[in-house]
Design a protein around this ligand. Structure first.
Ligand code: FAD
Length: 424
């Protein structure tokens, strides 16, 4: 559903809660799409809105300075007439009164409201027992990384809990900086939730070759504390193994930030529930980005995605809805991760595949893995193959059917295969 398009002199106020990439994209897309009235973007990190992915990559490594992380320049906000309040934590939403309550006591009225509240790092249950430890970190914000970086010096013993993307990216940076790194993963392999065993095995080999101590099937037991309980000095595994450490980084996923919406009576179920037009259970309230859950027509099930491309797509859809434009087709999810000199780009969701077809050479760090279900390619992981990634977007998005034996033949260009492919 789309809304009535804005008309001349329309002074409806759009308020966006959360100034990550979803909130910022919505503000600018709504303005360029024809929203005439005031737009206010509310953030709570006290900073100019920034790109989050470099936090576990170039920014952690000290290769990228803060200014290069900004999503937009200050001038761009002024030019687009977007009011940005960077220290404006929203505490409550009064839907009958159509207003938000900000922590400084301000009450701000809205006509249309969008939640772009993202998520917070999932807490490790046992960390609640060590609330005062000064060397246990989560990694979600610039403030987190600034603290971590101060402790990132050569020879420090870093324990990373969680072998997902963030944990592995941090491990890669830390090894380059000369830290002694141990990664602890509870599952039997890294990246188990999102990739095939072949890809997990590849990344495990790469990290071990780089000197990372990688412990899979490792259940975190007790933390060994210093005498004054101010520091974690070791992490005990279920099997009695103890990993000594100087600092700990926990990367075990994300909890969507839905409390505000739930307290306002908006439907929430592990994510703010949105329709394809990004409207919530309230017709005047939208939600976008990491905080949402939606019914995917492409995958026939409910999804909650944590990625920049999804946040941007949903923001553009929300802007289209607000500006009375047609609903955009659902786009295929994609994601990237940089570790060492490996650029992993993934398109589609692989759950439910019955065969993995490998193409290229894992030993030369250049290959693609195709997740096939029947005749349909559900998803593709590409490592250092940007052209195959671009073509794979088409392959997955348009549900093209290709002969999987040809797919495995690196001598036949993927482009040639696609040109003769039929729809599955
Ligand atoms: P967020 O970026 O979480 O922004 C939400 C904002 O809302 C935050 O600033 C939050 O403080 C604010 N907020 C929340 N509640 C309130 C409130 N009540 N009042 C005011 N403000 C509020 N994705 C990729 O695609 N590729 C990558 O390589 C990649 N790497 C990543 C590396 C790291 C270390 C992290 C943490 C994430 C990474 N991601 C990556 C995920 C990606 O950053 C997120 O999917 C994306 O940031 C989601 O954008 P968002 O705007 O929905 O949420």
């Amino acid at each position: 559903m789309s809304m009535a398009p804005p008309e001349n002199g329309d002074q409806r106020h759009l308020v966006i809660v959360g100034a990550g990439c979803a909130g910022v994209e919505l503000a600018f897309s709504a303005r360029s799409g024809g929203w005439i009235g005031p737009i206010t973007l509310l953030g709570d990190e006290g900073l100019q809105p920034y790109h989050r992915p470099p936090l576990s990559k170039g920014y952690l490594a000290g290769e990228a300075v803060l200014e290069t992380l900004h999503l937009k320049t200050k001038e761009a906000y002024a030019k687009a007439r977007i009011g940005y309040l960077g220290s404006a934590r929203v505490l409550a939403v009064d839907r009958p009164g159509r207003a938000v309550h900000i922590a400084d006591g301000t009450r701000l009225g809205y006509d249309k409201l969008a939640f772009a509240t993202g998520g917070r790092a999932r807490r490790l249950p046992c960390c609640n027992d060590v609330p005062h430890a000064t060397n246990v970190f989560y990694l979600r914000t610039i403030a987190d990384v600034d603290q971590i970086r101060a402790m990132f010096t050569q020879g420090k013993r870093l324990a990373i809990i969680g072998g997902g993307y963030v944990g592995l990216e941090v491990a890669a940076v830390a090894r380059k900086m000369g830290l002694d790194v141990t990664v602890m993963e509870a599952a039997p392999r890294v990246l188990a939730r999102v990739t095939a065993p072949e890809i997990s095995a590849f990344y495990e080999r790469v990290h071990r070759d780089a000197g990372v101590r990688l412990l899979t099937g490792f259940q975190v037991g007790d933390f060994v504390l210093s005498g004054d309980k101010s520091r974690v000095e070791g992490i005990e595994g279920g099997d009695g193994l103890c990993i000594d450490c100087d600092l700990v980084i926990v990367g075990i996923g994300l909890t969507p930030e839905t409390d505000l919406a739930a307290a306002a009576g908006i439907s929430v179920d592990d994510g703010i529930l949105v329709r394809e037009d990004m409207l919530t259970s309230d017709e005047d309230v939208l939600a976008i980005g990491d905080c949402t859950r939606f019914e995917s027509k492409l995958y026939g099930r409910s999804l909650r995605l944590e990625s920049v491309p999804n946040a941007l797509e949903q923001a553009r859809q929300a802007a289209a809805t607000l500006c009375g434009k047609p609903t955009r087709p659902e786009s295929v999810p994609w994601f990237w991760s940089d570790q060492y000199d490996l650029q992993l780009k993934m398109v589609g969701l692989s759950q439910g595949y019955d065969r993995v077809v490998m193409r290229g050479s894992a030993s030369e760090n250049s290959f693609s893995a195709f997740y096939v279900q029947g005749e349909r390619v559900l998803a593709v992981d590409t490592v250092n193959r940007p052209l195959e990634f671009m073509l794979s977007k088409k392959l997955v998005g348009e549900r093209l059917r290709v002969d999987w034996e040809c797919l495995a033949d690196d001598g036949v260009p993927l482009k040639t295969l696609l040109s003769t492919a039929a729809v599955a």
